[in-house]
Design a protein around this ligand. Sequence first.
Ligand SMILES: [Zn+2]
Length: 206
Amino acid sequence: MDFSSKLLENAVNEMSQLPGIGKRTALRLVLHLLKQPKTQAIALSESIKELREDINFCSNCHNISDVKVCEICSNPNRTKNIVCVVEDIRDVMAIENTSQYRGHYHVLGGKISPMDGIGPSELTIQSLVDKVREGVVDELIFALSSTLEGDTTNFYIFKQLEKYPITITTIARGISVGDELEYADEVTLGRSILHRIPFENSLKNN
Ligand SMILES: [Zn+2]
């Protein structure tokens, strides 16, 4: 692509770093920003800057939060000894939308995926193990998507925690294999949490 302006070229190059955005789409978006009032484009760039500089992760569950301990973890009406293990904030949002769950979460920050160079130490697994060892957890609910990476991650965590006297369950598979939680409808996802099954049973079924 030949640009008549270096400024335009830089903006297109930066924009095309985003997932799913090719050079042509990036150019369309950049031209759109040029047509908008200047304040709007500046507000966008400021919000990205603030997001990157000030973002905080809850010290308890590792979810994205503006405060040190997130609203869910600091809510006295939530059951802190039931912990739902999820991949990221999108899963927390999906489960919260069902209004069927009143426990806490533990956000792993991804799934074990050797192909992508993500091992257990890249995730917040150690912090979860520490939490269990401290005795604050009675039940862990695995709610990772049912993909090879999700199953590998569940199994790894299960092995780390086998010796502790806690119940480990997994959400019922109303959600079909390979589905991401965030795309499940609220009723299906809500039911699959209510009808969760012991994790060991899910291993026998596979
Ligand atoms: Zn939290």
